[in-house]
Design a protein around this ligand. Structure first.
Ligand code: KIV
Ligand code: ZN
Length: 393
C-alpha cells in the first residue's frame, strides 16, 4: 500500500458517464470535455471504450493525441473487455498519448459468470491472467477490474486479484458495479485484499462506486480510509443507472473536511462549476437544482433568516464559498421568504441606497409581488423602485 496520501482522480465521465441514457456525446463534444477535464486536473481520463464503435475509437485516439500530448496531461485510458480484440483496439487508441493505460475487466461474481459469460471460475482466472499479460505487452500501466467485485465470493476475489497482479496489473479496481455495498463492507473488502493478496500493497487499489442506494461517494471515501488511492468518478455523478460517484462531491469533501480526510489531490477546485456547466451543455440534462456543489440551489439562500445570517457572515450557513468551486452567480434568491435585509442588500448591489422609509415602501410592494410571483428577477426589483418614486412623490 502506498504510504502517500495523494488520491488519484480517475474520471469516467466520457466512458461510464457517456454510456448512460441521455449522455451520449459527439466527437467534438468529447474533445471539448476532455480538454476541460485536463484543466480540472484529473489524473486519469477514461476517454471511452475503443472497441464499442468506430466513433468511440476515433474519440479516444483524438483525445490521446490532442489532450494527452504532454507530460503534465492526464493519463489517457480506454476500457477493454478481457478479450484480445478489445485490448488491441484500446492499445491502438491510447497509443498517441504521452501517458497511457489499458483498463481491462471481467465479471467475477458467480451470478455474472453463469448468466452473462457462461464461464467457470477456472476459465475466468485463466482469461484474466492471459489478457492482463497481453495488455502489458502494449503498455506498462494496466488496470484490471473484476466487475461485480462486491458480489464476488471473497475467497475467489482473493485469487482473482492475485492472478491479475501476477500478470502485471498496476492498478486493481474493485467496482461496486450494482451500487449494493454499504461503506463498512466496501472498506472491509479492501482491507481483506490488502491483508491477503500478495503484492496488493505494491500496486494502486481503486474504488469505482455506483449510486443505486445513494452511497457512491460515502463508499468511495470509506475505501480511501481503508487504503485505496484511486477514486473513479464522473462529473455531475453521471453514469450507469443512478450514476457514478460525483467527482465534484469527492473533491469538495477532501477540501472541506481536511480535518478528517487528510488526503491531497490535483483537482483545481475553481474549475468545478465550469466543467459541470460544460457537461450540461453537451448532454441532455443538467444537475438537479438541489445537487450538492453544482446544483443551482447549492449556494442559494431564499429563507429570510438564512439570508440575514449569510449577509452578516457567510459561514453561518455555508461550509465553502461559491467562489471556491468557481461559481460567480448570486447566492441570495429573492422571493416570498426573503426579509428586508436581503432586499436592501440586492438594491445596494444594483446601485440604489434607500432611506428607511423608502425601503419600507418598496419592501411592502416586494412582499405583495412575491406572493404572486415565484421568481423575482432584478428587473422586477428595479420596477419596484418606480413604485417607490410614485409612492413617495
Ligand atoms: O461498474 C463497473 O463495474 C464498471 C467496470 C467496467 C469498471 O464500470
Ligand atoms: Zn461502472
Amino acid at each position: 500500500m502506498s504510504s502517500s496520501n495523494q488520491v488519484i482522480f480517475f474520471d469516467t465521465t466520457l466512458r461510464d458517464g457517456e454510456q448512460s441514457p441521455g449522455c451520449t456525446m459527439h466527437h467534438d463534444e468529447k474533445l471539448r470535455m476532455a480538454h476541460q477535464l485536463a484543466a480540472l486536473g484529473v489524473d486519469v481520463l477514461e476517454a471511452g471504450f475503443a472497441i464499442a464503435s468506430h466513433g468511440d475509437f476515433e474519440s479516444v485516439r483524438d483525445i490521446a493525441r490532442q489532450v494527452g500530448n504532454s507530460d503534465s496531461a492526464p493519463r489517457i485510458t480506454s476500457l477493454a473487455r478481457a478479450k484480445r480484440e478489445d485490448i488491441e483496439a484500446a492499445a491502438k487508441a491510447v497509443e498517441p498519448a504521452k501517458k497511457s493505460r489499458i483498463h481491462t475487466f471481467l465479471s467475477t461474481s458467480d451470478l455474472h459468470m453463469a448468466a452473462k459469460l457462461k464461464i467457470t471460475r477456472e476459465q475466468a482466472l485463466e482469461q484474466i491472467g492471459e489478457m492482463v499479460a497481453l495488455a502489458k505487452t502494449y503498455v506498462d500501466d494496466v488496470e484490471f477490474s473484476p466487475e461485480d467485485a462486491t458480489r464476488t465470493d471473497p475467497e475467489f476475489l482473493v485469487k482473482v486479484c492475485e492472478v491479475a497482479i501476477q500478470a502485471g496489473a498496476t492498478t486493481l479496481n474493485l467496482p461496486d458495479t450494482v451500487g449494493y455495498c454499504i461503506p463498512q463492507d466496501y472498506a472491509a473488502m479492501f482491507r481483506m485484499v490488502l491483508d491477503r493478496v500478495p503484492g496488493a500493497k505494491d500496486i494502486v487499489l481503486s474504488a469505482h462506486c455506483h449510486d443505486d442506494l445513494g452511497l457512491a461517494v460515502a463508499n468511495s471515501i470509506a475505501a480511501v480510509e481503508a487504503g485505496v488511492r484511486q477514486v473513479e468518478c464522473a462529473v455531475n455523478g453521471i453514469g450507469e443507472r443512478a450514476g457514478n460517484a460525483a467527482l465534484e462531491e469527492l473533491a469538495a469533501l477532501f477540501m472541506v473536511r481536511k480535518d478528517k480526510l487528510p488526503y491531497t489531490n490535483n483537482i483545481v477546485m475553481t474549475e468545478i462549476f465550469k466543467t459541470s456547466q460544460m457537461l450540461t451543455a453537451c448532454i441532455s440534462f443538467g444537475a438537479a437544482p438541489n445537487k450538492a456543489i453544482v446544483g443551482a440551489n447549492a449556494f442559494a439562500h431564499a429563507a429570510g433568516i438564512h439570508q440575514h445570517g449569510v449577509l452578516a457572515n457567510p459561514l453561518t450557513y455555508e461550509i465553502m464559498t461559491r467562489e471556491s468551486v468557481g461559481y460567480m452567480g448570486q447566492n441570495i434568491v429573492l422571493g416570498k421568504h426573503s426579509g428586508r435585509k436581503a432586499l436592501e442588500h440586492r438594491l445596494q448591489e444594483l446601485g440604489h441606497t434607500l432611506s428607511r422609509e423608502e425601503l419600507s415602501v418598496v419592501y411592502e410592494r416586494f412582499t405583495d409581488l412575491a406572493d404572486r410571483k415565484k421568481l423575482i428577477y432584478d428587473q422586477d426589483i428595479l420596477a419596484l423602485l418606480t413604485a417607490r418614486e410614485t409612492a413617495i412623490a
